[in-house]
Write a protein that binds this ligand. Structure first.
Ligand code: SF4
Length: 281
């Protein structure tokens, strides 16, 4: 069997023990599996934003673009428009995606391009020393908000469901196998797939590990085609520190036409298996 080389020679500068290492392993497992099943490694493209998560760009032997803060999804979409035959995988942080990039997230759910977004959700702007993001719990005292975070956190699962994202999931980075399985399914989903990965920051939010590990459970006997059931499961945790349960797994899957299947120019590129620059004029 042909060796699949996903490692790079870049020196890893994540803090020792950071769950990003484990998430990277899950991504590699999922990528290896889809490559074994027939996807060409050279047909996979990744995009990262800015933040601790974004260093994954240096540690994965996949082509792509190290993009701007909050601009992962429009970059992914641009790649899809250029060549809808590629497998496009975006990595963003919670600040990156749910603060700067929130409008792009909303429209990515609506457009339903066939691409995957993985959010490394550590509930902090960790690269810039732990300021609050939209998923930081209320009351948290951080350098940027010494009196405690005032706004209600965004529940990204509920937000994605309300926008009818066609694949919505939550994973936990310290569960390598479970995260890899979800990412593989997300990559194989035909449409916009979104995975919010809880990835506690050891340096600035160490308290998240014990809280999350006491509360998580895996969705079981859950009907992923039922939007109301998905909403009800998403309601079990509002990203504050008080609720009893944090469900992990796939909340919702919907078969819906992608933009590539609707847009005539993209349909043509898909049919001919070419990028726009190869179109004869
Ligand atoms: Fe990981 Fe936090 Fe260190 Fe960033 S600051 S590498 S998220 S432990």
């Amino acid at each position: 069997m042909k060796e699949i080389k996903l490692e790079t020679k870049s020196q890893n500068t994540w803090c020792p023990g950071c769950p990003n290492f484990l998430l990277l392993e899950s991504v590699k497992i999922a990528l290896r599996n889809i490559i074994y099943k027939g996807t060409k490694q050279e047909d996979i493209v990744m995009v990262s934003g800015i933040g601790c998560h974004a260093k994954i760009f240096d540690y994965l032997n996949i082509s792509g673009i190290y993009s701007l803060h909050g601009r992962v999804l429009p970059t992914c979409f641009g790649i899809k428009v250029g060549n809808p035959n590629l497998v496009v995988l975006g990595f963003g942080g919670d600040g990156d995606t749910y603060a700067e990039g929130i409008s792009h997230f909303i429209h990515a759910c609506r457009y339903n391009a066939n691409m995957t977004m993985i959010v490394h959700d550590n509930r902090a702007f960790a690269l810039t020393t732990g300021q609050a993001t939209p998923t930081t719990e209320q009351g948290s005292k951080v350098k940027s908000e010494p009196l405690g975070v005032f706004p209600i956190p965004i529940n990204p699962i509920k937000l994605a469901l309300s926008l009818r994202a066609s694949f919505v999931a939550r994973a936990y980075a310290r569960d390598i196998k479970g995260t890899a399985e979800i990412i593989e399914k997300a990559l194989e989903h035909n449409g916009f797939s979104f995975v919010d990965v809880l990835q506690p920051c050891l340096t600035f939010r160490n308290q998240d590990i014990s809280f999350i590990e006491k509360k998580i459970y895996k969705l079981n006997k859950h009907d992923v085609s039922d939007i109301n059931a998905a909403m009800s499961k998403a309601d079990e945790w509002d990203y504050n520190f008080r609720q009893e349960k944090i469900p992990l797994g796939i909340f919702y899957v919907e078969k819906r036409k992608t933009i590539e299947e609707k847009w005539p120019q993209l349909k043509l590129l898909k049919k001919k298996k070419i990028g726009w620059w190869q179109v004869k004029r």
